[in-house]
Design a protein around this ligand. Structure first.
Ligand code: PDD
Length: 288
């Protein structure tokens, strides 16, 4: 079997040969940002939006983008070609690079570390997704800069592990009585035929899938609101969905052990997933 090829600081290498220094600030401080971009049939989903969010994250951590828009595209497309597969997921990260001393303050000279890899994306069929997942609610104890897609994900991993330990697929995070997002996803509810997701702000990541779902739901004539969701509203929701580049649109059928709605993926989810699957099929043929 041929080895996976990754990109590291200007070179395309088999993954076993790709290395970074132990002094890299990404390793020592989690000082970096990342993106996960799905590609269907070799076509990257919402590439411009992902690269814009990368730019926003880099700006927020005061790191200059080491590559131009065109250079990013060239690398991502080259890697998709070097690693064959029907559907793939691109992971890219940029860190503040290597400093000679471990010091919290930024080094005077920064040479960012750029790493990109491609993983197989096993997109679930509608029937598989329709089985739904379990979720639990947990207190959102993260920092107030969750709009940055930071590689420092210790809080998120601990929160997700609480869900895993409870036999659930995701932890839905609650801050001051209101839903923020999932440990690695955005949250939507359906309440009286209206689709609601929390508004963007410091407490959540502006998911590219979230924005796409809002756009598609609006086009389909579904009433959409970006509004706060209280814990009570979540508990009484007719439907709950999780969205992300890996999960796409996943229905939650059980929350903290109680059924969501009638305990099955709901009718609005069925409408949305058909639209989303159609969008992916078009993308596979090169039309976005
Ligand atoms: N995470 N919120 C958080 C905290 C996330 O980690 C993610 C995705 C999302 C959804 O964003 P998007 O729709 O752009 O994927 C929201 C990725 C997939 C990850 O960390 O692997």
């Amino acid at each position: 079997m041929s080895s996976r090829i990754v990109y590291i600081n200007g070179k395309y290498l088999p993954i076993e040969q790709a290395q970074v220094s132990v002094l890299d600030r990404g390793f020592l401080f989690g000082d970096g940002v990342y993106e996960v971009i799905p590609a269907y049939g070799g076509h990257l989903l919402r590439l411009a939006e992902h690269l814009q969010r990368l730019q926003n994250s880099l700006d927020a951590i005061r790191l200059i983008n080491p590559l131009t828009h065109q250079q990013w595209i060239e690398i991502l497309e080259a890697l998709l070609k070097k690693n064959q597969g029907r559907d793939q997921s691109v992971y890219l990260q940029v860190t503040r690079g290597v400093a000679q001393q471990r010091d919290h303050s930024f080094p005077d000279e920064v040479l960012p570390t750029v790493f990109v890899m491609v993983n197989p994306l096993h997109a679930q069929s509608k029937d598989e997704l329709a089985k739904g997942v379990m979720a639990i609610t947990v207190d959102d104890n993260r920092w107030r800069a969750c709009y940055i897609k930071a590689t420092a994900l210790l809080a998120n991993t601990l929160l997700r592990q609480q869900a895993t330990d409870a036999g659930a697929a995701e932890a839905i995070l609650i801050r001051d009585g209101y839903v923020t997002e999932g440990a690695a996803s955005n949250v939507f509810i359906v309440d009286k035929n209206s689709l609601i997701t929390p508004p963007i702000g410091p407490n959540l990541l502006t998911g590219v899938t979230r924005d796409l779902v809002l756009e598609q739901a609006d086009q389909a004539g579904i009433t959409c609101q970006q509004a706060d969701i209280s814990e009570d509203q979540l508990n009484g929701a007719d439907e709950i969905w999780l969205t992300s580049s890996g999960k796409e649109i996943q229905p939650v059928i059980s929350l903290n052990g109680s059924p969501v709605g009638n305990g099955q993926a709901g009718p609005i989810w069925h409408t949305m997933i058909d639209i989303f699957q159609q969008y992916k099929d078009q993308l596979r043929q090169g039309h976005e």
